[in-house]
Design a protein around this ligand. Structure first.
Ligand SMILES: Nc1ncnc2c1ncn2[C@@H]1O[C@H](COP(=O)(O)OP(=O)(O)O)[C@@H](O)[C@H]1O
Ligand SMILES: [Mg+2]
Length: 273
């Protein structure tokens, strides 16, 4: 399906992504991990054509997407919907209109200006919100929702495009542990039920392990690991994060585990009294 070959991006003297090469045979849920500055966002942005590549190719179903221009490029961009850490919703606009923005590029400017969406699109948006467990919030302003709910609106907006791939750049980095779990579970569900490919940049190891079938590790712009969560040993993790023997997975762990530990501690306390 997706073949990335020798993909490279330079910014002046800085090489952000160095000859990244990997193939995805069938829709998978892939986590990309690595330190801040490793090149994860640049890689995703190249996949979505938000950033021009300096060298290398991205083939999807036999088409070189780096060569696409105009309408063909926009079509590709709607095939691989992006989700961001900061949700990128229109805060003062209602939730359902935010979701309908997912098909903005298919609508005339005039129709969009007057919020004239066909009933069937509105029904589709509500159905997607319902699937994500947030239909009751449809008429509210996006800014009135919690972070986790807003990220689910962003996922709904992405689904409105009916994309083949969902690219998520640190989708849970701004969320509290419980919301982070709900959002990752939503992405996992979309992958499993719809057969969509999900590629998510994740800054923590445990999230990648828990939700992904495959993990790609980046260090200094290079792919230094590509395998299953089982193959991701502590030694490999050390190498990805460029750490020494003092490295502990806890250092890259999200608060989900911290929270679980707190719950266990509380349970222990409760038992002892
Ligand atoms: N637009 C840009 N201009 C210059 N340098 C950039 C730009 N975007 C990213 N970089 C650099 O490329 C490297 C990789 O960045 P990035 O892809 O954002 O890493 P990550 O997402 O893993 O934190 C970093 O050194 C960053 O400073
Ligand atoms: Mg990044």
């Amino acid at each position: 399906m997706l073949q990335i070959d020798q993909l490279t991006k330079t910014f002046g003297a800085k090489t952000a992504v160095k000859a990244a090469t990997f193939t995805v045979e069938k829709p998978a849920m892939i986590g990309i991990i690595g330190r801040s500055g490793a090149g994860k966002s640049t890689l995703l942005r190249m996949l979505n054509c938000l950033t021009e590549v300096s060298a290398g190719t991205i083939m999807f179903d036999g088409v070189d997407v780096t060569a696409l221009r105009g309408a063909a490029k926009r079509n590709w961009q709607s095939q691989c919907a992006m989700i961001f850490q900061q949700f990128n919703l229109v805060p003062r606009m209602d939730v359902v209109s935010n979701v309908l923005h997912g098909i903005l590029n298919r609508r005339s400017t005039l129709a969009t200006m007057f919020n004239l969406y066909p009933d069937e699109d509105i029904h589709k948006a509500i159905a997607i919100l319902d699937r994500l467990g947030i239909a009751e919030h449809a008429p509210k302003r996006a800014e009135a929702l919690s972070g986790g709910q807003q990220q689910r609106v962003a996922i709904a907006r992405a689904l409105m495009q009916d994309p083949k791939i969902i690219l998520a750049d640190e989708p849970i980095a701004s969320l509290d542990p419980m919301n982070a779990q709900v959002v990752m579970q939503s992405l996992r569900q979309i992958h499993e039920e719809d057969g969509r490919m999900v590629i998510a940049n994740l800054h923590t190891l445990d999230t990648a392990r828990r939700y992904c079938d495959r993990v790609i590790g980046m260090r200094d712009g290079k792919i230094v690991f590509d395998g299953t969560p089982d193959q991701l040993t502590t030694g490999v993790a050390r190498d990805i994060y460029g750490a020494d023997e003092t490295f502990s997975e806890a250092a890259t762990s999200t608060e989900i585990e911290t929270l679980n530990a707190e719950v266990v501690k509380l349970a222990e306390v409760a038992e002892s009294v």
